[in-house]
Ligand binder design. Structure first.
Ligand code: UDP
Ligand code: MG
Length: 338
């Protein structure tokens, strides 16, 4: 656990903190700066832009350092030692933020920075969590379909109700961010976790654009992992479903065996149905493997919690008052376990 988060030891607080995870985004960062900073300046509040460089291997860190030179008053750059994933990067930002309100944003301009004032307006009304719904989504078609399916599954099996779980342009109060950071789960899904702690959540509709440049950092496998995290950290329903399926299958197979015994006694042995039996057996084997895998997901989570390791280590921080701070040993966190 990070003791820092329980106290406000991050120095002077600012009104707004925009946290942006950056993983190999050299092609979009320039455009992002051009659009983000004017929006923030126009708000007329104290603010910081906190970039979390999630182990980028391209020139992102160079570009971020340049931007820090340009606007050292409001820019902070935190670099993680290796790629820890978008949500872990956000947690790193949460631990270091100085904002009273925290806004998360993707670096690729899919969430237009021009929407930030709308989020701030909601927070000013007293909401402590401002979720977002993408007006029209600009992603690949298969992402739409998969995302809609996961969204409705999450609605059913968890008690977290969000219209659109995918959009990361969101606002959180400092209290919520602190709770989320303290949770210290190695793998999590931030909007859902934050929602658990929100007293007055609300949602607004925001525009969604195509990625300005570069490619999505989410492969199908990473998306599946993220959704497993979402399901297993907020619901035990999958485990229960396995038990229920087990019960149903046991009853059915018992009836089947009774029927086979009856046939054996009154009609003699049969071999014709042998492929049906294969079919059933293979189906059951699939079911078993799936169940073991599902159990494994939960055990993996427990394992992660027991080890009490975090996924990342902050390797350096660029910020105005302390200058370059490298290999900050006070914030040791871990490697991913996968
Ligand atoms: N990102 C990150 N670490 C990762 C993957 C992504 O920090 O391992 C950042 C990425 O730079 C971007 C945001 O998370 O700012 C969203 O990523 P992306 O646009 O690739 O996801 P998509 O929009 O396709 O869901
Ligand atoms: Mg994107």
């Amino acid at each position: 656990m990070n003791a820092d988060m329980t106290k406000d030891t991050q120095g002077q607080l600012v009104d707004l903190s925009v946290i942006i995870p950056v993983y190999n985004e050299q092609d979009v960062l320039g455009k992002l700066f051009e659009r983000l900073y004017p929006v923030m300046d126009a708000l007329g509040r104290s603010f910081e832009v906190l970039f979390v460089n999630d182990g980028s291997s391209d020139n992102s860190s160079g570009i971020l350092a340049e931007q820090f030179e340009q606007r050292p008053d409001v820019t902070r750059v935190v670099s993680l030692s290796s790629n820890a994933g978008q949500h872990a990067a956000l947690i790193a930002g949460f631990e270091l933020t100085r904002g009273k309100f925290i806004i998360t944003l993707d670096a690729d301009l899919q969430n237009p920075p021009e929407e930030i004032p709308a989020i701030v307006a909601e927070m000013d009304k007293g909401f402590d969590y401002v979720g977002s719904i993408r007006a029209s989504r600009n992603d690949k078609a298969w992402r739409h379909i998969a995302s809609r399916m996961m969204n409705s599954l999450r609605e059913k099996i968890t008690n977290i109700h969000m219209t659109d779980q995918g959009c990361m342009l969101r606002g959180y109060s400092r209290e919520i961010v602190r709770e989320v950071a303290i949770c210290n789960e190695s793998r999590t899904f931030i909007p859902a976790l934050a929602y658990l702690y929100a007293a007055r959540p609300t949602e607004i509709t925001v525009a969604h654009e195509e990625r300005a440049a570069g490619k999505s950092k989410y492969s199908l496998l990473k998306l599946i992992q993220l959704n497993f995290d979402l399901m297993t950290s907020f619901s035990s329903m999958p485990l229960r479903l396995i038990s229920l399926t087990g019960i149903a299958v046991s009853i059915l197979s018992f009836l089947f065996v009774m029927y086979l015994a009856y046939r054996r006694l009154f009609y003699g042995p049969e071999v014709e149905g042998v492929f049906t039996l294969f079919g059933i057996t293979i189906f059951l084997m699939g079911l078993l493997l799936f169940s073991v895998g599902m159990l494994g997901e939960y055990i993996g989570r427990i394992n992660g919690l027991v080890r009490r390791r975090k996924r990342f280590r902050v390797a350096s921080v660029l910020q105005a008052d302390e200058g370059v701070k490298s290999h900050d040993e006070t914030r040791t966190s871990s490697k991913p376990e996968d």
